[in-house]
Design a protein around this ligand. Sequence first.
Ligand code: NAD
Length: 376
Amino acid sequence: MRHKQQITVIGAGYVGLVTAACLAEIGNRVICVDADAERVALLAHGEVPFFEPGLRELIARNTKLERLHFLTSTTQALDGADFVFIAVGTPMNSDGSCDLSAVKLAARQIGESLSTDAIVVLKSTVPVGTADAVSAILRECGARGRRATIVSNPEFLREGSAIADFRSPDRIIIGAHDPAAVARMRALYAPLRTQIVVTDIRTSEMIKYASNAFLATKISFINEIADLCERVGADVTGVIRGAGADRRIGTASFNAGLGFGGSCFPKDVSALIESAQSRGLSLRLLPAVLEINRNRIEGVVNTLRRALGGIGGRRVAVLGLAFKPKTDDVRESPALALIAQLLERGAIVSAHDPVAVKAAGSVLGERVRLCTDAYA
Ligand code: NAD
């Protein structure tokens, strides 16, 4: 029988919670730690701080089986750890670069408190070279004389289908220099029976950014084609069906609309551009991808203005508030950006989303009439 591993997951956000619950589900003992005491208290009472299909049930099941625990103290959570997953946020700095302060703080906490020889897994999306920086912090802080081996293991789950994505991913990326660490990571993920791609650490870090940048490019590409379709009298949905049927192209992430949003694509594309710039390389394609995306909202507002003969005083219903379906995550949601522009031009806005009304309400306040169903 497979030896059960003791795993500490730092960060109980979308990635941390899903990782913790899914690793517990395949038989490991997992402690998930978060600096946000309110969040941990909620989790301890069986509540999940955001909407993700199936997550509440998975957490409840594994908590009951005593395979999953929640704590606020990292020192306590690290006790006896075989693996430590860093799954904290890496938001965007004002210059477009990646804010690594939470990752570095987590590394210091691990360095100061680790009492076992453990594999430290970087799951957060981080620029190339971050694992080296984390290794240096771990060494500086002494890791209480313990051997902490760093591994890069970026996450590809999508909010809205996160559990299914974690359980049957297209591939698992393991970036490591130590063959023994690779073997232990392979054994940990063996129950998922999926393709594992092993690379050096820097390549692994780059794979995550290249993947997100490519998907963002695909979206901006089809949005630009959509604009041209409108001018020439073609139907972009038919173009997507026809072009997407080519397996080299595919229909995934190939929809025209308001553009991409969420907590990953915009910040990851920006971070890649910034990291190239800081090394004297000026990327040309990705700035265009961001610019096309930024212009989507204005394009829709202009279409509306033409169709309605002006926006001031007009009543507009917005269906969908999150950055995509089946999530209540409104970070960088194009719907909220659209609503802001409509309000600025004097529209009266009513809006509905099956799961994100509450989350959107905390951002929009009283300015929009939020409805509990689409008909309202
Ligand atoms: P999130 O903001 O939802 O959650 C991060 C959590 O980490 C927060 O609850 C925060 O309180 C906690 N935290 C921060 N520092 C901490 C510390 N030192 N100790 C304990 N807890 C700490 O973030 P997320 O959306 O889960 O993203 C996490 C990482 O995964 C990011 O790098 C992101 O780019 C990447 N990622 C996200 C997704 C996604 O769909 N959300 C998908 C793939 C990769």
